[in-house]
Design a protein around this ligand. Structure first.
Ligand SMILES: NC(=O)c1ccc[n+]([C@@H]2O[C@H](COP(=O)([O-])OP(=O)(O)OC[C@H]3O[C@@H](n4cnc5c(N)ncnc54)[C@H](O)[C@@H]3O)[C@@H](O)[C@H]2O)c1
Length: 336
């Protein structure tokens, strides 16, 4: 399967590794505006383009992998789909629900598939936790608490909320949102407080899952420089669990390999499962590529990608109005 990669920045570098190491994919071209970065990254391995349409026309990829700033996700995905390619997109699917729906409509019209890289779904301790939940080991989930404590803001396009589609919640916060749904199932209502909705540096989301469980996602840029704490805690009827973060180790903030602690039958134990942030990205990219190569709908695709953006939108509307937002009302209002 021929894959063309757009964007060779921070995450594009990991996608590049994932494609090179995949048995099913062959890198045929890249699209990157920074010529020096492109030269350092691929040398003369594949042709480098500055325009995605030209790249598709010349290299004829089966899949276009998009690792670009958020505001470019919709136009580049639509260009690729209309040219007959399947698409792999970094999170978030789009900067708003209208953008998600445009990608959905064009994918439907063209019959092409879209996979979304929600890499934390492929972080081994998170998958193990989901296995424990599915096997009923923890009993009924009553509450999920997720944090995103970061120290220091990212620069570049992330300083422009129109390119991000919001602030911290729409960027790193999206990982918290899709993990809440991956572990707890669909969300029914969202209530949020934030410092500056759609350009936020700090937020608290409280939500109710359709199962009746409750959730909290709390995040902010206000930790000491260098901190990246993204742990998840679960309280359930028969047990509790804590994952010490996917990106915390990547930022070097925590030592050691063990990530998942579980309390069952009255005592805590460390689960031997380990994993690294970059491994989760590689697994996520390769999972989508495998699904596309086999002609399967990707495990994480348009439904999951749209749902995460919908929860973020509900949080913005709640923070703006002071009201609790029902996900069902949000969908009706958006389609109406
Ligand atoms: N899964 C994760 O953990 C994770 C981590 C970082 C970023 N991301 C996501 O990856 C995407 C990219 O983020 P990043 O941090 O790699 O950004 P980045 O700024 O590091 O890289 C973006 C690259 O795209 C290039 N670019 C910009 N416009 C272009 C265009 N029109 N055509 C070709 N190239 C263009 C830039 O030159 C840059 O090299 C975003 O969606 C972001 O949310 C995900």
């Amino acid at each position: 399967m021929k894959v063309a990669l757009c964007g060779l920045g921070e995450i594009g570098q990991i996608h590049l590794r994932a494609i090179r190491e995949s048995d099913e994919a062959e890198l045929v071209a890249v699209c990157e505006l920074d010529a020096a970065l492109a030269a350092r990254s691929v040398g003369d391995e594949v042709p480098v383009f500055r325009d995605v349409a030209e790249m598709i026309e010349s290299a004829g990829p089966d899949v276009v992998d998009i690792c670009l700033p958020h505001h470019l996700h919709v136009p580049i995905a639509v260009t690729a789909l209309r040219a007959g390619c399947d698409v792999l997109l970094e999170k978030p699917l789009a900067v708003d629900l209208a953008g998600c729906d445009e990608i959905l409509r064009v994918a439907d019209e063209t019959g092409r598939e879209v996979g979304v890289s929600h890499n934390q779904v492929h972080f081994a301790p998170h998958r193990r936790l989901r296995e424990l939940i599915d096997a009923g080991e923890l009993g009924q989930i009553r509450a999920i608490y997720e944090r995103l404590w970061m120290g220091g803001k990212y620069g570049g396009w992330r300083e422009d909320s129109s390119q991000v589609g919001g602030g911290l919640l729409m960027d790193a916060g999206v990982h918290r949102v899709y993990m809440a749904e991956y572990l707890g199932g669909p969300i029914r209502t969202v209530t949020a407080v934030m410092d500056n909705p759609r350009s936020e540096d700090a937020f608290v989301l409280t939500f109710e899952f359709e199962s009746g469980a409750l959730g909290v996602i709390q995040g902010g840029y206000h930790g000491p420089e260098g901190v990246f704490d993204d742990r998840i805690e679960i309280q359930a009827s028969d047990g509790m669990a804590e994952v010490l973060g996917c990106e915390a180790f990547f930022e070097g903030d925590l030592e050691g390999d063990l990530r998942l602690r579980v309390r069952l039958d009255g005592s805590w134990s460390d689960d031997p499962v380990t994993g690294q942030w970059d491994e989760s990205v590689i697994a996520s990219v390769q999972a989508v590529l495998s699904d596309l190569a086999a002609g399967r709908e990707p495990e994480v695709g348009l439904v999951e990608g749209r749902s995460a953006v919908a929860v973020v939108e509900a949080a913005y509307r709640s923070a703006e109005t002071g009201k609790t937002i029902r996900m069902s009302d949000l969908d009706e209002r958006n389609s109406g």
